[in-house]
Design a protein around this ligand. Structure first.
Ligand code: WTA
Length: 637
């Protein structure tokens, strides 16, 4: 008998039906069979989307790190849990066994305790992809502290916003990071951020690049000596099923980032179950997800999902093009990777470089290929399947979100195959629906609409930290009794879903979610900018890129405009991070507005998409003539 829960299409159909008809029974059985509980739940699910309130496995007690680590020690103490592949290919890879991981996590947990971190406290982690990142995440979970990992590409302002929003008193960082041929002064960024974070009283610093950094007296300490002195044993704190496990920030279409709160038991059950079935992980496989742990993909499918299954998971510190564009395939060959999971933007960038970077490597270990983060176009899908998968590896195009905690729509290789550009069918327990403009569910199988999920699943985020109303308004108000994803989707005649993209003011650039409003806020601070509107437009490699329409306060010469354009991107890098820089900046005399003064982004989006044939009725605009002048001067003609 195979170890998979879902072995063929009949299994999937049967399980899916059961998961919808008897949801509680369904998840009850999975949770009972596979995990270590200190106490069982009294109720599987309690929910009301109108509040909204969602509770899974209420009454249960557990610690997720016992499930990620301790549980595997009896049979697999010496199995490699984490392979660390450093930025520099000539440095040694590090192989951390489950036993060693336990020791390192416990030591780290003891250091956190010695710094006064208690259950429920928030800990900000701002680290590159080095083992300390995974270890510190698990150390927080060990003692019930809530980790808030901030992607180490975010700027000091973005970091400070996130530290303050959930009131972290401690920050874990490193002296710096390697990124290809460059080094980045992470500690300098932290120091700058902390100028506006008065509540942070402790900074623990991992040594990575051995740079000469400033250590603030009484606040900053090197991690290494603290870890050396700490004990290797640390009892796992007993957590309730619904105790928060972590906060992870994601961009909203307006205002500050949303701190999505994920809780313990449901997240554990769902990430473990999806990992096993979607990636078809088998004992002794080596799995590699190229994401950063600073994003949800890294939380769920580098750290928790794999470790919950006792897997060997790879952490890669570097970038796909260093020392050259063959690096990914070099790593696949070196570690005999069986499951490989990456983003379409990386696939497109690598495909563009040609097959000469792929051909020297033996990729025969690969069994399953995954993608995540944005729609994958037909061409990239076929290149991935043929050139990387040699037409023998199923592709799992996994659709999900920071908010969903785990994969919701994806092929399941044993059960049904992928179809280029389609995320295909819902995972067991997931009930998608497409809604029309009037908020009604479209019942025809073949349809296009806004994608909602009608029923809770165990790993759905429970709230936005400190702002439950925003959680309700963002996800549960557009459509009655449904979770609204913010994405549009098509459904074909077989019920397969294809995600078409965001329907709100979030743009996915190179797989990163960027809210346009915060970027506009950042550049509107420029002394000479009156107004701005940012929209996405299609980009060969990044999927989407950003196009800014900007009006100035005063007439400026061409050379002044060039300076302003570079200042705009400098401001964005400082306030948000380099990932949010604009590819195109068009200075215009005005922005199209409704009579009530609202900027008509729809029109600007069409101009940026070179789709000006049908702009709809613009006669009701406050300033219809501005549209023609924007079209005439468009940078995307
Ligand atoms: C998009 C990443 C198409 C989508 C796990 C979603 C996708 C947003 C796919 C969430 C996919 C993610 N096909 N689009 N397979 N996966 N997306 O929160 O727009 O970083 O709403 O989570 O990425 O991005 P997030």
């Amino acid at each position: 008998m195979s170890s998979f829960y879902l072995n063929n299409l009949t299994d999937y159909n049967t399980a899916y039906e059961a998961s919808v008809k008897n949801t509680e029974q369904f998840w009850d059985a999975i949770a009972k069979k596979n995990f270590l509980w200190k106490k069982r739940w009294s109720r599987v699910l309690e929910y009301d989307f109108s509040v909204p309130k969602i509770k899974w496995f209420e009454g249960a007690e557990l610690n997720i790190t016992e499930n990620c680590i301790d549980r595997h020690l009896e049979n697999n103490a010496d199995k490699t849990a984490i392979i660390f592949e450093p930025n520099d290919p000539s440095s040694e890879s590090e192989y951390i066994t489950y036993k060693e991981l336990q020791g390192r996590v416990n030591k780290f947990a003891n250091v956190l305790k010695s710094k006064g971190v208690n259950k429920g406290d928030r800990v900000c982690i701002y680290l590159p992809m080095i083992p300390e990142l995974a270890v510190s995440v698990l150390a927080c979970a060990r003692i019930g502290a809530i980790h808030s990992v901030v992607f180490a590409g975010f700027s000091s302002t973005a970091l400070a916003t996130r530290i303050n929003d959930c009131d972290c008193k401690i920050v874990i960082t490193s002296d710096g990071s390697y990124r290809g041929a460059k080094t980045i002064d992470l500690k300098g960024i932290v120091d700058e951020a902390l100028e506006s974070c008065p509540n942070v009283n402790s900074v623990l610093v991992a040594k990575r690049i051995h740079s000469n950094i400033n250590m603030a007296n009484g606040r900053d300490e090197w991690l290494e000596p603290l870890l050396n002195d700490a004990s290797e044993s640390c009892d796992a704190t007993v957590m309730n099923a619904e105790d928060p496990l972590f906060i992870l920030y994601t961009s909203g279409s307006t205002g500050k980032p949303k701190g999505m709160v994920h809780t313990t038991a449901g997240y554990m059950v769902y990430t473990a179950h999806t990992f096993k079935n979607i990636f078809q992980y088998q004992e002794d496989d080596v799995y590699w997800c190229t994401a950063d742990i600073g994003w949800i993909t890294g939380h769920s499918y580098i750290v928790y999902g794999p470790l919950l299954n006792g897997a060997t998971t790879v952490m890669f510190e570097g970038v796909p093009n260093y020392p050259n564009y063959g690096r990914f395939w070099d790593i696949v060959q070196k570690h005999n990777i069986n499951q490989f999971y990456t983003a379409p933007t990386a696939i497109r960038a690598l495909a563009k470089q040609g097959d000469d970077f792929v051909n020297p490597y033996d990729l025969s270990s690969l069994k399953v290929l995954g993608t995540v983060g944005e729609p994958i176009n037909d061409e990239a899908w076929h290149w991935y399947s043929t050139t990387i998968g040699k037409n023998k590896c199923p592709i799992v195009d996994t659709w999900w979100q920071t908010e969903t905690g785990g994969i919701l729509i994806s092929p399941i290789p044993n059960c049904f195959s992928g179809k280029p550009t389609y995320a295909t069918l819902p995972f067991v327990g997931i009930q998608p629906a497409l809604m029309d403009e009037n908020g009604n569910e479209i019942l025809n199988t073949k349809a296009e609409g806004r994608l909602c999920i009608k029923f809770p699943w165990p790993s759905i985020a429970r709230t936005i930290w400190g702002d439950h109303k925003r959680y309700k308004d963002t996800y549960f108000s557009a459509f009655a009794n449904c979770y609204f994803t913010g994405d549009g989707a098509l459904r074909d005649e077989n019920g397969h879903y294809r995600i078409t993209g965001r329907v709100d003011d979030v743009v996915i650039v190179s797989g990163h979610n960027l809210g346009t409003a915060p970027i506009e806020d950042a550049i509107n601070e420029h002394r000479n900018i009156a107004e701005s509107a940012i929209v996405g437009f299609p980009h060969d490699i990044k999927g989407n890129a950003l196009y800014g329409f900007v009006t100035l306060k005063s007439e400026s010469s061409e050379s002044e405009i060039e300076v302003i354009k570079s200042e705009i991107n400098a401001l964005i890098s400082k306030k948000i991070g380099p990932i949010a820089k604009l590819d195109k900046i068009q200075i215009t005399k005005g922005l199209p507005k409704t009579r009530s003064g609202k900027i008509m982004r729809r029109i600007l989006r069409k101009i940026a998409h070179k789709d000006t044939g049908n702009l709809g009725d613009i006669s009701t605009l406050l300033n219809p003539d501005v549209v023609q002048s924007i079209i005439d001067n468009s940078l995307n003609k």
